[in-house]
Design a binder for this molecule. Structure first.
Ligand SMILES: Cc1cc2nc3c(=O)[nH]c(=O)nc-3n(C[C@H](O)[C@H](O)[C@H](O)COP(=O)(O)O)c2cc1C
Length: 174
């Protein structure tokens, strides 16, 4: 089986998630390759691809515009394959934030017209080293709503790697 991962990342957590998925897909004996939606010079091909994983982070309540455009212009190719859409956000880290995390996904699906076979709301990370003043204010006051977190080497990771691994396993077995 050949799996394509289409992704975009801003601070790097979604890239780390993509690495973990690639490792898991390979370990299960399948072929996998990734496509970075922010790479404007690369051409996206679905040739020989059986399943597609799409992964993107939420910044200021939405997924990257370029990622959404790519999804919206690939509807025919995507609908012909099994698809798993992973939305990476901080709201997904807390039970009281899940409704809002789901809204981000619904809004993206409404804008692009894309309906994935499977979805996952996955918590991302706080990476203070890559924030300026504006970014740290948004993360602290909006995404975390003032919640105090403990940073280790400037990073606080909320990603549930076991939940990701279970979802990818189920997706490969579809
Ligand atoms: C400027 C900024 C805005 C953000 N806005 C949101 C938001 O509206 N909702 C949310 O749940 N998370 C928000 N986040 C958290 C990101 O989704 C989280 O840090 C994620 O891990 C980023 O993924 P990436 O490292 O792949 O870019 C924001 C982060 C930053 C830096």
């Amino acid at each position: 089986m050949k799996v394509l991962i289409i992704f975009e990342t801003v601070e790097g957590q979604t890239r780390k998630i993509v690495d973990a998925i690639e490792h898991q897909v390979r370990a299960a004996g399948h072929d996998v390759r990734h496509f970075d939606a922010s790479d404007k010079l690369a051409a996206l091909s679905f040739d020989g691809i059986d399943k597609v994983v799409l992964a993107a982070p939420v910044h200021e309540r939405r997924h990257p515009e370029g990622f959404e455009v790519l999804v919206g212009t690939s509807l025919e190719e995507l609908s012909a394959r099994d698809t798993l859409l992973i939305s990476v956000s901080l709201k997904a880290a807390f039970p009281e934030g899940l409704e809002e995390a789901q809204d981000y996904l619904v809004e993206m699906e409404m804008r692009t017209g894309f309906e994935p076979d499977k979805e996952l709301l996955l918590a991302g990370a706080v990476r203070t080293a890559s924030y300026g003043y504006f970014e740290s204010q948004i993360v602290q006051n909006v995404a975390l709503k003032g919640r105090k977190i403990e940073l280790v080497d400037g990073v606080c990771e909320f990603t549930d790697w076991d939940a990701l691994s279970r979802k990818v396993d189920a997706f490969l077995d579809l």
